[in-house]
Write a protein that binds this ligand. Structure first.
Ligand SMILES: Cc1cc2nc3c(=O)[nH]c(=O)nc-3n(C[C@H](O)[C@H](O)[C@H](O)COP(=O)(O)OP(=O)(O)OC[C@H]3O[C@@H](n4cnc5c(N)ncnc54)[C@H](O)[C@@H]3O)c2cc1C
Length: 295
């Protein structure tokens, strides 16, 4: 990459589709049976991709802008990079290694920040607010800490974007806040933000053969000649060695979180409340929901 290019990174995670949970979704020990759930693009991360592409749209007539996806996960996560390329991303990296197994949010954010550092100059990092499987909303802020850059969390709308600063509307509990930042900055994108643009037919045709070395090996296809003539079709994979880490900070050894026990929580009927269709009862319910911060 030319150091004068404006570099945007989107952190995107492939997650099990927890909205379509069937009876095989949990194993007997209470952990997620990932094989029984379809893998999807984490919904907030699609919104982060849209905000990144909107930033690119704002700047592209002034300077070259590159949108790069970084995903950490199994080799199958290359699907996330390909999907992003169909929608306008320029390229992407799959950070994948058995040595990442058992990573909690601290180890995940460490590995992701090391991968971002490998790219060199980065102007904006976008992430989703949270992933629908882990649900902690910690990874984006932790990456900003590790990169020692400011962060704007809960971004709902891109208000403006110039080569010098970004202006974002943030969603707060009881209102909105407009924040301005210079670069570099990390932005975590809220689920209320704009939906991602659909796949672009031309980009789909251009990138449909994009794949990683692991995918090519698994499907037993020889991509070498095509990659030599069209290097953008190679989705790069980075192992732990490639991101130059402190190995102690990866995977289980870098994960202080210990899961003590896991419970299946089943909502029982006593947690339901039946009200009549009268104005006073509905008002009472509204008051209760507001005072317990449910709405
Ligand atoms: C002790 C422990 C062991 C674990 N072991 C495993 C394991 O072996 N395998 C496993 O899959 N999970 C494991 N997990 C879960 C894993 O820690 C979390 O899924 C991961 O840290 C991300 O946290 P989150 O899902 O809460 O993301 P959030 O913090 O909710 O995500 C916020 C945003 O960060 C970005 N982001 C998060 N994760 C990634 C990623 N992988 N790649 C790119 N962007 C990302 C996305 O933009 C996302 O929207 C373990 C957790 C614990 C506590």
């Amino acid at each position: 990459m030319n150091n004068k290019d404006f570099q945007i990174v989107v952190l995107a995670k492939q997650v099990p589709d927890t909205h379509n949970v069937g009876k095989d979704a949990m194993k007997e020990d209470g952990t997620i049976n990932r094989a029984a759930l379809p893998a999807i693009f984490n919904p907030d991360d699609l919104k982060a991709l849209e905000m990144a592409l909107a930033c690119k749209d704002s700047l592209k007539d002034i300077m070259p802008v590159k949108v790069t996806i970084i995903t950490m996960g199994p080799s199958r996560a290359a699907e996330i990079v390909r999907e992003s390329m169909f929608r306008g991303a320029d390229n992407g990296f799959v950070v994948s290694d058995k040595r990442f197994a058992g990573s909690d949010t601290l180890a995940t954010s460490y590995a992701l920040s090391a991968a971002i550092k490998k790219l060199g100059k980065v102007d904006i990092v976008f992430s989703g607010r949270q992933a629908i499987d882990g649900d902690t909303a910690q990874v984006g802020p932790q990456v900003a800490e590790k990169l020692e850059i400011p962060q704007i969390t809960y971004a709902e709308e891109l208000m403006s974007m110039t080569e010098n600063e970004i202006v974002i509307k943030r969603r707060l509990d009881r209102g909105v806040e407009t924040v301005k930042s210079k670069f570099p900055v990390l932005v975590t994108v809220h689920g209320n933000a704009n939906d991602c643009r659909p796949r672009h037919a031309k980009l789909l045709m251009t990138n449909k053969k994009a794949c990683s070395a692991s995918e090519a090996k698994e499907k037993n296809i020889d991509m070498e000649a095509l990659w030599a003539s069209k290097p953008y079709l190679k989705i790069e994979e980075w192992s732990a060695d490639d991101i130059n880490p402190d190995f102690e900070r990866l995977g289980l050894s870098g994960s202080p979180t210990k899961v003590k026990s896991i419970e299946n929580v089943v909502l029982t009927s006593k947690e339901n409340k039946k009200i009549n269709n009268s104005e006073s009862e509905i008002n009472e319910l509204m008051k209760e929901l507001i005072s317990s911060h449910i709405i």
